[in-house]
Design a protein. Structure first.
Length: 293
């Protein structure tokens, strides 16, 4: 085991919240020498008992290894923690939540300090880390050479998906997917609200709702194809005019059920605006153009 450990890439991990701790345990279990640091030293103690080396300061932790992984609260925390550390010659992998612009600025910040940079955004919750069948993965963007160099090590906690040399792309993909998730949750929220006052078991509605969302999900491929071709009428089944005509039924049903329409109304208004400006034969894809103006 000791010989195997020596062959694995040493890792320094800054930040031992729930996610950082999960990452740490997977690297330790895989035999990677691990140096850890956290603002609250007590968080490092259980990991030290499992074989990690605890550093007294962030600077000491950074000095210990070439591969530095940062998993902190926010972009401001990265500034605070790395202030005064020597990053020359270090490979900095930043898994901290940020915006695309913050990620691009952080990449330049790292370059000015002599470090190579990868931005990473985790598409998983802590219990999914280290569990391959859970399907968690991390978007990475930035230096392709750095990604290839450390791909095997980075793949230990979760799958890896490299999305481009632009350091902001991992954050952009992350927020794009999570935005779609929240919009889906909004729709599910409205669906449950509609039935809340009736003699309908929510656990009976749930599988129907889940199956319907799964059945509708492939529509994103048609949307993408229409965006790329510029032809929003391509492959249309239910056109914009037809769908706008149906919106009053949704709003009246909400009123009858005593449910606020505030989750649906903004999207319906965008649909009506697009119909007024474009062609009723289009799909819903044109609504995207309204949002990016």
């Amino acid at each position: 085991m000791a010989h195997n450990t020596l062959e694995k890439t040493p890792v320094t991990l800054l930040g031992l919240g729930a996610m950082g701790t999960a990452l740490a345990r997977t690297w330790l279990a895989a035999g990677h020498p691990l140096t850890v640091w956290n603002r609250t030293p007590a968080r490092a103690e259980p990991l030290a008992a499992e074989g990690a080396r605890g550093a007294d300061t962030a600077a000491e932790a950074v000095a210990a290894n070439t591969l530095i992984v940062v998993c902190l609260l926010d972009d401001t925390s990265v500034d605070q923690v790395l202030a005064g550390t020597d990053l020359v010659g270090r490979d900095l992998v930043n898994l901290t939540t940020s915006t695309p612009d913050q990620a691009r600025a952080r990449a330049e910040w790292a370059r000015e300090r002599g470090a190579r940079y990868l931005d990473g955004k985790i598409m998983a919750v802590p219990p999914m880390i280290g569990v391959a069948e859970a399907g968690g993965y991390v978007f990475y963007s930035g230096s392709p050479q750095l990604f290839e160099l450390h791909r095997e090590t980075l793949a230990v906690p979760a799958g890896t998906t490299y999305v481009g040399e632009n350091a902001g792309f991992a954050a952009l993909y992350d927020v794009a997917l999570l935005s779609a998730m929240y919009a889906m949750f909004a729709g599910a929220t409205h669906a449950f609200a509609l039935t809340r006052k009736e003699d309908i078991d929510p656990t009976a509605l749930a599988p129907l709702l889940a199956d319907w969302l799964v059945a509708m999900a492939p529509a994103v491929h048609q949307t993408a194809d229409q965006l790329r071709s510029g032809d929003y009428t391509k492959g249309v089944v239910s056109n914009l005019a037809m769908q706008v005509a149906g919106t009053p039924t949704f709003l009246r049903t909400a009123e009858e059920q005593g449910v606020s329409p505030e989750l649906l109304s903004p999207y319906f208004e965008l649909m009506r605006r697009r119909l007024a400006e474009g062609s009723g034969e289009e799909d819903l894809t044109g609504v995207i153009d309204l949002l990016v103006r």
